[in-house]
Ligand binder design. Sequence first.
Ligand code: C2E
Ligand code: MG
Ligand code: MG
Ligand code: MG
Length: 293
Amino acid sequence: HAKRQGKANYQVYSYTDSIHSYKKYNLDQDMRKAINNEEFEIFYQPQVEPISGAIYGAEALLRWNHPEWGYVSPGEFIPLAEENHLINAITDWVIEKVCAQLKNWKEKGIGLKPIAINISPTRFMKKGLAEYVKTLLSQYDISATFIELEITESTLLQNEKNVLSSLQQLRDLGIKIAIDDFGTGYSSLMSIRTFKPDIIKIDQIFTRHITSEGSVDKGIILSIIHLAKELGMTVVAEGVEEYEQLQFLLHNGCHYIQGYLFSKPLQKKDFYQILKTGSLSPSSACKLTIIDQ
Ligand code: C2E
Ligand code: MG
Ligand code: MG
Ligand code: MG
């Protein structure tokens, strides 16, 4: 192989390219078996109140432990699942697993917190989402206040009438809707105006450079927080990794923080421990600075 690769650049390119398509083909085939083989696992990333570190809730994030390729990132397999039409089955599996998990925690006598579930555009637009969620809530005896659904601006850009009626059905159940990756779509203000989400999640693209010199992101974040509060919506900042970012968000009244500074997405047993404790502090490197404030 090395010889052939050395011959001409295009062969090197086509070699990696074919690995890429082999992997894609392989993942595509294996995804059909992954649910039954229990290769999917849900991780939970805490969302915390910035001053006290109290746990507000968590986002459910899907992981795939593939027998051959190892850990495959959702950034890789979710788009593939959209293409091969497995996304609806996968989304429904996640919703059911989260409900079952909530029931399990409840039976252990622990105070539940809301869990946010990512809903792909395809699943959102398929009929029957509200009915499906309603059935699971009653089957697992879970209050609707413990489920939030995250959708993106691109989901909202589809057939407005259908989106509005689906949102209304979910709201009637008592389910909160979050706009995910807020500010990265094509019509952020229109999506707020038309769909009035309960929660706005500021995309990490804005959080990441808050503290850089000359960054416009501070201004953008301030306006999003202001806008959310003016409209009575909850605002969550994603991707908070540094103490300076936390400090800026805290001083400017951001309701909740999600990011590596407090915690990476955790396996259920580790998140359970945190649910029991009820709060988190920013990673130990930052602890002293926090106490100093
Ligand atoms: P998302 O919904 O915007 O989720 C947030 C992503 O940011 C997660 O990546 C999370 O691990 C990551 N993150 C959180 N805090 C930090 C931080 O401080 N720094 C950095 N660098 N990253 C942080 P993840 O888990 O790889 O998921 C990527 C995307 O895949 C998600 O973006 C979501 O769009 C999609 N996804 C994940 N799980 C599901 C699922 O169950 N269903 C669907 N439909 N999509 C999912
Ligand atoms: Mg999300
Ligand atoms: Mg997001
Ligand atoms: Mg995202």
